[in-house]
Design a protein around this ligand. Structure first.
Ligand code: DGJ
Length: 724
């Protein structure tokens, strides 16, 4: 897995299909290769000699320029003038550092990262870790670069820890978790951008001679950009070509992107956004930067995504619901908004249970005096006007109907109109003397404070413990402004964004570990915090408030670049409504089946015929969900490039394949498209569910099905089981 070739001072990190290679010379780390398998160490200094000179670049003390050279780690000005991995301000105001290799160790397994979510192992044989220690001799500050290799999953993770063993208090101005220099041009960068209601749209831009970056300074990973990027070649498709995937295991401010080198190539980086950020590091203290997940696929974007999916399903998500099928739910939000009571909820639940729905989720409005979004956040006590018999009773009634009980919280928020705000106005993030900016009539609690975190843990655990609650939706409905904390001195105010995330992760760890049987779903006004950090605590995420079956094709397609289908909250809504274009029930149901599957409408208004159809879709989903939730996912046609979307699953045992296709326009041109499967066994016979027709894998992969305009509304789900 990890080999150190002492003769050439080369580290070779190899997975089943890929290698990541770098070397050490004069104490510096030079990036040599990330890509196809590479097994032969060499004298890389002779190779690097070609890079050594560039006009207008100062020399190292050894006499060569660093700026044209491919580095693995960099500090600013000594003498590299590119964006650094680490930038530290010392007491005298200087920001030059020189970190040199001191030692390394290689060990089995993968350590956790203090206070942060990260991929993990269950057995030390699953991964190997390389820790490299670099030290700045003058200040006695050390950097530990951590690389873990998951050979079977074709994944390498990186992170960095800075330790102050010196005498002065310093400030970390920038700490990028991963830096690496690509030596060639001709790449393209794929990223996922969006906004509320249209999250994770796929964008592919050329990397030429301008910096290209994405990021967030909103206090959340955000709807605007996702902490994911892929570097690909122009010829890279779903099934061929180089695809380098980067994903940041963090839910707050981030920066990711590339900046071109002076001659050829570019530097790729990912880490906490340095804007408005700085961490004071006292003597004896350390700072842990979050993890970056890296995966390289020589065979296109599809394999890159499957590598992320498998890792996240099995070694990012945790607990009882890891890598398992998820229950079908009904949520009352779009059915009732704030206007519900016990009677209404139970009437919905009764019909839902008859239709085969398994979990009832009571959304926003059950607590305090919350009849609209203007009050009560922070007051986590049941509103007896709406639920006169309390939560325990409601849970028992739902259980009698054969349904599980789920509940909504927005724990990180505080309404001005609330008992909590009356008692603790200082708990809201705010800048003294300045207008406090409201977002959705609410403020954000200062989770950099221990007392605030403790309050949230107690309040939420109390509610969960008060009834048989088996599901929690954890919402977060605005981004951060007025970022200042009453308990920190002025120099440390630049720590608040990150301290908030550490507080949030601590709260989530305490609440999820106290409630191991509860299924948690993360949400942020839809998908404003869909990132690997959240998946560590909550194995599913509400993908978007937009449940329109047309728009969702793009949203879910884009989300699948990094995140597994089993993590995507997807519901059937009523049509038409504020957000949903009118589409047939089948279209909405088939689309939502490509996610956790659930409903968001007032089921009480439907007649028996309609309920019968819902029951049929629920039965269909229950038969398919094992493959959808635990199988391998393949994108076949992009809704960004054609007027329909298509994708496919193969079960882990390779016995079943499921293909979905969705038209997203009325174009009649669609009938000329053939839907061809991927990765089937060419010689096996596959039996089509429903028709009993038999096809060879070869046929399904190379001839395929024509998407005819006679198919109802242009959508279809084909299920194939291998014949034995
Ligand atoms: C935003 C979420 O995305 C919705 O699903 C719903 O839970 C509302 N918040 C409730 O306020």
């Amino acid at each position: 897995m990890i080999t150190y070739h002492a003769d050439h001072k080369i580290f070779n990190l190899s997975t089943k299909n890929t290698s990541y290679v770098f070397g050490e010379a004069d104490g510096r780390l030079f990036h040599l290769h990330w890509g196809k398998k590479f097994d032969n160490p060499f004298n890389f200094m002779s190779y690097l000699a070609d890079y050594q000179y560039a006009a207008f670049c100062a020399n190292t003390e050894e006499g060569y320029c660093l700026e044209p050279m491919p580095l693995e780690f960099s500090t600013f000005g000594n003498p590299d003038l590119r964006q650094p991995s680490l930038h530290i301000r010392y007491e005298n105001g200087s920001t030059d550092s020189v970190f040199k290799y001191e030692s390394h160790r290689i060990f089995d397994g993968k350590p956790g990262l203090k206070g942060l979510p990260a991929t993990y192992v269950e057995d030390d044989s699953e991964a190997q870790t390389l820790e490299i220690k670099l030290t700045d001799e003058m200040t006695n500050i050390s950097v530990y670069l951590l690389y873990s290799v998951y050979p079977e999953l074709d994944v390498i993770t990186r992170s960095m820890r800075v330790e102050n063993n010196g005498k002065e208090t310093v400030k970390i101005l920038r700490a990028m978790s991963a830096t690496m220099d690509f030596v060639e041009d001709g790449y393209e960068l794929i990223h996922l951008h969006g906004n509320h209601m249209m999250e994770r749209q796929v964008d592919r831009v050329k990397v030429t001679k301008a910096d290209v970056s994405i990021g967030s300074v909103r206090g959340a990973s955000s709807h605007r950009h996702n902490p994911f990027m892929a570097l690909v070649k122009p010829e890279t498709t779903e099934t061929q070509g180089d695809a380098y995937g980067f994903n940041f295991v963090y839910s707050g401010n981030f920066l990711a992107g590339v900046s071109p080198n002076i001659y050829r190539g570019f530097r790729a980086q990912m880490g906490i956004h340095p804007f408005n950020s700085g961490w004071v590091l006292e003597p004896g203290a350390d700072f842990q930067a979050p993890e970056v997940v890296l995966t390289y696929s020589p065979s296109g974007l599809g394999q890159m995504s499957r590598n992320f999916h498998k890792l996240y399903r099995t070694r990012m998500c945790r607990g009882k619901f890891r890598d398992t099928e998820r229950p079908i739910l009904i949520n009352n939000w779009e059915a009732t908004y704030f206007g519900f009571n016990e009677e209404k909820l139970l009437a919905m639940a009764e019909k839902a249970s008859k239709a085969g729905i398994e979990l009832f989720v009571m959304d926003d409005g059950w607590f305090g005096k919350r009849d609209d979004d203007k009050s009560s956040l922070g007051d986590w006590t049941v509103d007896l006007n709406k639920l006169p018999h309390g939560l325990d009773h409601l849970g028992k009634e739902l259980n009698k109907l054969g349904m599980k009980f789920g509940i909504w919280f927005e724990p990180e928020m505080i309404s001005e109109v609330s008992n909590l705000y009356e008692a603790h106005p200082d708990w809201a993030l705010q800048v003294p003397g300045r207008y406090k900016n409201m977002g959705r009539t609410q403020y954000i609690l200062d989770l950099s404070r221990q007392d605030v975190c403790d309050y949230i843990v107690d309040a939420i655990n109390n509610v969960i413990g008060s009834a048989n609650i088996e599901y929690v939706k954890w919402d977060f409905n605005r981004n951060m402004t007025n970022v200042w904390s009453a308990l920190l001195d002025s120099e440390k105010q630049t720590e608040v964004y990150h301290r908030y995330m550490l507080g949030l992760y601590d709260v989530l760890e305490r609440i999820t570990s106290a409630n191991p049987d509860v299924l948690f779903e993360s949400c942020s006004g839809g998908g404003g915090r869909f990132d690997p950090g959240m998946l560590y605590y909550m194995p599913q995420v509400w993908t978007s408030d937009n449940t329109c079956a047309i728009d969702r094709q793009k949203i879910q397609y884009g989300t699948s670049f990094a995140y597994p289908v089993v993590t995507m909250g997807a519901h059937v809504s009523d049509v038409p409504n504020g957000t949903v274009k009118t589409t047939p029930l089948q279209t909405r149901a088939f689309l939502a089946m490509n996610g956790t599957y659930g409903y968001e409408f007032d089921i009480t208004k439907f007649d028996d015929d309609y309920l019968g159809r819902l029951k049929m879709y629920n039965e269909m989903f229950k038969k398919l969900r094992h493959t959808i939730h635990t199988g391998d996912f393949y994108r076949l046609y992009s809704p960004f490039e054609t007027d329909f979307a298509s994708w496919q699953y193969i079960s882990e045992d390779k016995e079943q394949a499921i293909l979905f296709v969705f038209a997203n326009a009325t174009s009649h041109a669609r009938h000329t498209y053939f839907i061809r499967a991927l990765d089937l066994d060419p010689d096996a016979i596959y039996v089509e569910d429903g028709t009993g027709k038999e096809y060879t894998g070869d046929y399904l992969m190379n001839i395929g099905h024509m998407l005819t305009s006679t198919q109802e509304y242009g959508n279809a789900c084909w299920v194939y089981n291998k014949k034995h």
